[in-house]
Design a binder for this molecule. Structure first.
Ligand code: 6PG
Length: 234
């Protein structure tokens, strides 16, 4: 089982600061891959990473999932990452999920690519339903490297690294902030600390090989019993 650590921070900005320090630590190894999460939570972290002490010339950037929308569409994860981070640094390589090719071809091509790569640090978020990347409760986790999923939240069609692929990660860092996540996080955390086979929420099922970092704010942890916090105290 990976080494599980829960960081509970005072605010969303403190989450971004803690996550920045963890990312800098994880990217010390030259030639590392960094897999980015989508959604809105990581934006504050990405903005900090744009000025962090990281040698981006040795970092290869991947994406955990992408919405199937036209290239450059502001709701795409690549557009958010570009605005907050990638337009401000010069990574060794950035590999987008090319959804403009259509979901099937994008998934096939990305799967062929990621199969050749080690996943050193994977960033993930958690939705209010417990989803992560574009792996939704009850949805197919997939055996291939990349799966196409139908999301209950728009835009519907997404291309996502599969659970088996995400679990090749050396380290997974999960970011959860906001009171709207509190109920779900309190329900998911016991699954995270419990056996993988009993976990229901995708965010609790996707487990890395070595380090599993959860960085949450007090608002998201508000319904977590104090005793539960101890499971994963740094
Ligand atoms: C996406 C993400 C998704 C996200 C969660 C949390 O494409 O939306 O991959 O898994 O991490 O939905 O989103 P927020 O950070 O916006 O709450």
């Amino acid at each position: 089982m990976a080494e599980l650590t829960l960081f509970v921070e005072a605010s969303a900005e403190a989450v971004a600061a803690r996550a920045e320090s963890l990312v800098v630590q994880a990217l010390q190894r030259r030639g590392a891959t960094l897999t980015l999460a989508g959604g809105s939570t990581p934006r504050a972290l990405y903005r900090r990473l744009a000025g962090a002490p990281i040698d981006w010339s040795t970092v290869t950037v991947l994406f955990g999932d992408e919405r199937v929308v036209p290239r450059g569409d502001p709701v795409s994860n690549a557009a958010m990452a570009a605005e907050a981070l990638l337009d401000h640094v010069a990574p060794r390589a950035v590999h987008r999920i090319e959804t403009e090719r259509g979901a099937e071809e994008a998934a096939q091509r990305y799967g062929d690519l990621v199969e050749t790569m080690a996943l050193d640090l994977v960033l993930l978020g958690m939705g209010r339903d417990g989803h992560t990347a574009s792996l939704f409760p009850g949805g197919a986790e997939g055996r291939a490297s990349v799966v196409i999923t139908e999301s209950p939240t728009a835009p519907p069609t997404r291309v996502s690294l599969s659970r088996p692929t995400l679990e090749r990660a050396d380290t997974i860092l999960v970011l959860v902030t906001g009171a709207d996540k509190a109920a779900r996080f309190a329900a998911v955390w016991p699954e995270v600390t419990g056996p993988a086979e009993e976990a229901q929420a995708p965010a609790a099922r996707v487990r890395p090989r070595r380090r599993w970092w959860w960085v949450v704010d007090e608002a998201a942890a508000a319904e977590l019993p104090a005793a539960a916090r101890a499971q994963g105290d740094p």
